[in-house]
Ligand binder design. Structure first.
Ligand SMILES: [Zn+2]
Length: 64
């Protein structure tokens, strides 16, 4: 069995561990820098991890 360090937290499947990103709007500031807006992952709310559900989609084993 694989060793799992820490609690039952997994990388968020929606953002792959990058919960907050900066999106450029295409406009520039007066100093030439890009105008960006932060976007936070809706699935993990900026944490980058999601706790594993107890009803994980594990394929059922065959006992026959
Ligand atoms: Zn996420």
């Amino acid at each position: 069995m694989a060793y799992r360090p820490g609690p039952m937290a997994r990388v968020c499947p929606d953002c792959d561990g990058f919960p907050i990103v900066a999106i450029t709007t295409g406009t520039l500031h007066a100093d030439g820098s890009r105008h960006v807006v932060p976007a936070i992952c809706r699935a993990c709310h900026g944490t980058g991890t999601r706790t594993a559900r107890r009803t994980a989609p594990v394929p059922a084993g065959r006992w026959v």
